[in-house]
Design a protein around this ligand. Structure first.
Ligand code: ADP
Ligand code: ADP
Length: 229
């Protein structure tokens, strides 16, 4: 099954010039780890925003986990993101006045999961990601790598159909960057569908089963890397 299906998708921010993206067709299958690469201004963020339903295409259809996200209202789209898409960014975006455990549980509680069940799921994830000992700490006390693990746990708490990661190692030193890279590799091995936007070829190579390269909003390359893992 396809987790993402873009059909004839184009995005124009202004009616003059060329589209910032597309038109492109792109399917991402369940369990795929897709890296999106390309120079600055090539349309990576635009693509990510369309997939996440944060913005609407000028033309074409965007289907994610069976939902036509291009047709959702802003409210429905926010809800869809919370329930079905996990997002990880360069700068963690954790809430500094909530503990690690509460940060991770929050999306589950916001989607109506009972507090006890959310806490149990958060506990599982903290164990899986090796951050259990920080459960009661506040994010400000953690290293960058630890904070990104918390952000990944939070992104996974609702068992999303899709994990979107935008330069997740961009703000990390090389040791914790390597850590987060291994984490993404493990998640992919476990069957998580991932879309990873990155400027870092070694990250793309380590994590992705497939890489697309955007140039001026077009698909310049689409490599299905041999799965040797
Ligand atoms: P990337 O993420 O690869 O750096 P973007 O998707 O951010 O590329 O940008 C693609 C093109 O669209 C660029 O030319 C950029 O200037 C333009 N663009 C992006 N966002 C906007 C916006 N909100 N308004 C107008 N132009 C935009
Ligand atoms: P780029 O085009 O290089 O991806 P952006 O302008 O899209 O840069 O993003 C700037 C920074 O803000 C990046 O670190 C990105 O991870 C982060 N960011 C982008 N969108 C969001 C968002 N919706 N919420 C939180 N952080 C975001």
């Amino acid at each position: 099954t396809q987790v993402i299906e873009l059909s004839g998708v184009a995005k124009r921010y202004d009616s003059s010039g060329a589209p910032a993206l597309g038109p492109i067709d792109l399917g991402v299958a369940q369990g795929e780890a897709l890296a999106v690469t390309g120079p600055s201004g090539s349309g990576k963020s635009t693509l990510l925003n369309l997939v996440a339903g944060l913005d609407k295409p000028t033309s074409g259809t965007v289907t994610v986990a069976g939902e036509r996200v291009d047709q959702l209202s802003e409210h429905a789209s926010a809800r869809f993101r919370r329930e079905r898409i996990g997002m990880v960014f360069q700068f963690f975006n954790l809430l500094d006045d909530l503990t690690v455990a509460d940060n991770i549980q929050l999306p589950a509680q916001l989607t109506g999961t009972a507090r006890r069940k959310a806490a149990a799921r958060a506990g599982e994830l903290m164990e899986l990601l090796g951050i259990q000992k920080h459960a009661r700490a506040y994010p400000g006390r953690l290293s960058g790598g630890e904070r990104q693990r918390v952000a990944v746990a939070r992104a996974l708490v609702n068992r999303p159909a899709l994990l979107l990661a935008d330069e997740p190692t961009g703000a990390l030193d090389s040791a914790s960057g390597h850590d987060v890279r291994e984490l993404l590799v493990d998640l992919h091995r476990g069957g998580q569908t991932i879309v990873l936007v990155t400027h870092d070829p070694s990250l793309a190579e380590a994590v992705a089963s497939r890489t697309i390269h955007l140039v001026d909003g077009h698909l310049a390359l689409d490599t299905q890397a041999e799965a040797v893992r």
